[in-house]
Design a protein around this ligand. Structure first.
Ligand code: ZN
Length: 340
């Protein structure tokens, strides 16, 4: 596969965190406007915001978010950040993206959840106007937050249903806060007909994937641990539970040690729908094009499989059927010259 072709082919991304995906120069601008110190030197800035090649752990990975959150406490900053992400994905012809963020992490200076979500949606819709990239937001509850706080996030998703928020997620420390602790929030989300995707099986535990599905998730973020549970693997294939894989991020956090241990082909052969994502464009120092090229290098991925992965993403996307139909058609037309 060639970079210039992969870059131009239409793509869909479902697992991308806003706070980990803002371009360094945009963060620098936000910092300057708010009187917050960030390095002027682009190299130093990158070092602060992107993990090194030899990143050792999820803990080290998470330190790269520390400089970002203080900058995302005003409506204008959130709007600029969301627009910035759409500008980036437009460059590599992402046709649809679901952008996730935890609104409760942007309330430090008094913004309400509603104000946070409104600001992000404004930036996304400006991006759509300017670059023609369709998007929806996913609201993340945080695993270390109280039940009340997380129910409030689900309620906010309900308030913005069909107005730009397409679903909910849980982010944060999966090992210490398993999915069953969030039954109340997820029950409410299900009652309100809010689609659910959950980070699970990133920490090595297939049980969390099983529980996430039981609690209503139709998609799983990462889901690496599924390879250790053949029964659950065939259940996911049968029920077409979509796995949102983020190869670079998974290697950086040491969820997987080597590309040869990455279960990409295992999942593909088992018939589990998978899609490819960046997770965090800035923190991981990656693009969707980079992700696909790596899979090409490691596993000989070709354009036909690339197309298939994007159809899987559309099937699992939190969209209306007619919207999915349009995207499927766009994919077929875009890949047609490069397959067969
Ligand atoms: Zn994630």
């Amino acid at each position: 596969m060639q970079r210039n072709i992969v870059e131009k082919l239409p793509k869909v991304e479902l697992h991308c965190h806003l706070d980990g995906s803002i371009q360094p120069h945009t963060l620098k601008k936000l910092a300057d406007a708010q009187g917050i110190d960030l390095p002027d030197d682009p190299k130093k800035l990158k070092k602060l915001l992107t993990v090194p090649k030899d990143c050792q752990s999820l803990l080290e990975y998470l330190t790269k978010f520390d400089p970002v959150l203080p900058l995302l406490q005003t409506e204008s900053a959130l709007e600029i950040a969301a627009f910035d992400l759409i500008e980036q994905v437009a460059r590599e012809n992402v046709r649809y993206i679901e952008v996730r963020f935890a609104p409760s992490l942007s309330t430090r200076k008094g913004l309400t959840l509603t104000q946070v979500v409104q600001a992000v949606l404004k930036g996304l819709s400006e991006g759509e106007k300017q670059f023609g990239v369709k998007s929806n937001a996913l609201l993340c509850g945080m695993r270390h937050h109280t039940i009340e706080k997380n129910v409030a996030v689900a309620k906010t998703a309900h308030d913005f249903a069909e107005k730009g928020v397409a679903g909910v997620d849980l982010a944060g420390d999966e090992a210490h806060y398993p999915p069953e602790l969030f039954e109340e929030m997820l029950k409410k989300a299900s009652e309100w007909h809010i689609p659910i995707t959950l980070h699970a099986g990133e920490c090595g535990c297939a049980h969390n994937i099983r529980e996430s599905i039981r609690l209503g998730a139709t998609r799983i973020g990462h889901g690496i641990a599924l390879e250790n549970d053949p029964e659950l693997l065939s259940k996911c294939a049968k029920e077409q539970i979509l796995l949102e894989l983020c190869p670079t991020s998974n290697l950086q956090t040491k969820a997987v040690k080597h590309p040869e241990d990455y279960p990409f082909l295992t999942f593909l052969k088992a018939g589990v729908p998978i899609c490819i994502n960046t997770d965090n464009r800035t923190v991981s120092g990656t693009t969707l094009t980079d992700e696909y090229l790596k899979l090409g290098e490691w596993y000989g991925l070709n354009y036909a499989t690339l197309e298939q992965l994007n159809h899987y993403a559309v099937d699992g996307a939190f969209l209306l059927e007619r919207e999915k139909e349009l995207l499927h058609r766009e994919l077929v037309a875009g890949y047609e010259p490069f397959v067969n």
